[in-house]
Ligand binder design. Structure first.
Ligand code: HEM
Length: 369
């Protein structure tokens, strides 16, 4: 990696109020929640779009219902989108504490695309709401709104991948002196496409598995129709095939990494190598249980895989930024009373969200057939 010139453009970071590991841990934790919710929203919307498309083609002139396992997600997607955004704000807080001087810089360089995310997400929000209300009706409206929401989700995903990688490349920031309008992306980076596809295919896989779980719960509570068994199976099938595809995309992502970083993951850094190997082993295990149709084992293994992959992603960030910065070098000026207050509010907030989810799930499942 040629990093010549990059150092000059990096702003000087401020002090942090607690040891850096606290923020890294919270960043990883809250990002896992953001990721799973985002997967449910994006993957769920894509599966719903395709199910509806399939029905429209086979039924001739517009299908009144959606069908397929993701039918279970229709009414949950609007709330899941609200939670995706809430749980996006949390890692945004933590990432800015440690890496603010990188992510603010990259956000300014691509400000036009970055700021567009907000109004577009508001439109997508309306889209999934309208779809939830109109999915049982014929005509073009449901199809139009869910298609528009899917396009927006892909745009947001693309923008995030660009920002999360542009922040790792200060050596490319000098492009600002040629283009000052906030339209710089990181598309020259060979990892951008595989990284984007990695998130996209994972979304479809996770949404398939979540649908499967919802049908399984409904069946257990015996408020599901006879087709629930098939839907449990087909959700798991979507998960397994998408995850098999993911192996290929993951390998593409790996070989697109700069050579010195790849070597660190392949033995150069013992801890990072162990995490990487465990992540790979978890993917193989989840594939086996997925294709064997074992829902509970697949769900637990998926959780383990996601945790390992998110740690892997944080390790990659550390390796990319190594020539410039390490969070351990930040000055720590402890403010424990503020941190205590923060944790108190965090726990109270999580309890409130948990209660809200419980009530909304009970209401939704009470009405589900
Ligand atoms: C449906 C809308 C959204 C989608 C599809 C989405 C997608 C993504 C993706 C794919 C990544 C990983 C990018 C990468 O590592 O290359 C990501 C990371 C992130 N997203 Fe979201 N996102 C959405 C909404 C939001 C919102 C509204 C916020 C903030 C309010 C947010 C905050 C974050 C943060 C802070 C990260 C990085 C976390 C970290 O590195 O620890 N996201 N998002």
């Amino acid at each position: 990696m040629d990093v010549s010139g990059g150092h000059v453009l990096i702003p000087i970071p401020g002090a942090i109020p607690a040891p850096w590991g606290v923020f890294e841990f919270l960043d990883i934790l809250t990002f896992i929640v953001h990721l799973l919710l985002m997967n449910m929203v994006v993957g769920g919307s894509i599966i719903l779009l395709f199910s509806r498309l399939k029905r429209s083609i086979s039924n001739g002139q517009g299908a009144p219902t959606i069908g397929g396992p993701a039918e279970a997600l229709v009414n949950n997607i609007p709330s899941a989108l609200a939670l995706t955004i809430t749980f996006g704000v949390a890692p945004l807080l933590f990432i800015q504490v440690l890496y603010g001087h990188f992510i603010y810089s990259s956000s300014v360089l691509m400000a036009v695309y970055w700021l567009l995310v907000v109004p577009l997400l508001i439109i997508a929000y309306y889209g999934v709401y309208i779809f939830a209300r109109k999915s049982g009706t014929r005509g073009l409206l449901p199809m139009a709104v869910i298609s528009a929401s899917c396009v927006i989700f892909l745009y947001v995903m693309w923008t995030f991948v660009n920002n999360m990688t542009l922040m790792l490349h200060p050596e490319n920031w000098a492009e600002y002196f040629n283009r000052r309008g906030g339209t710089i992306l990181n598309t020259g980076d060979p990892t951008v496409w595989p990284r984007f596809l990695h998130f996209l295919v994972a979304s479809v896989a996770v949404a398939g598995l979540i649908s499967s779980l919802i049908w399984w719960i409904r069946k257990k509570r015996s408020n599901a129709d006879a087709s629930a068994d098939n839907k449990v199976k087909s959700g798991l099938k979507i998960f397994s095939y998408a995850t098999a595809l993911q192996v290929g995309i993951g390998i593409w992502f790996l070989v697109a990494l700069p050579r010195e970083i790849l070597l660190k993951l392949m033995g150069g850094d013992p801890l990072f190598t162990v995490i990487f190997i465990l992540g790979f082993a978890a993917v193989i295990a989840v594939l086996v249980t997925g294709f064997l149709g074992k829902l509970a084992a697949t769900s637990w293994l998926l959780l383990v895989t996601v945790i390992l992959m998110v740690i892997n992603r944080a390790n990659l960030r550390t390796l990319y930024l190594e020539p410039y910065f390490s969070p351990g070098s930040l000055e720590n000026t402890p403010q424990y009373s503020v941190m205590f207050l923060f944790f108190l509010v965090l726990v109270a907030g999580l309890a409130a969200v948990g209660y809200m989810l419980k009530v909304s799930f009970q209401t939704a499942e009470g009405g589900a057939k």
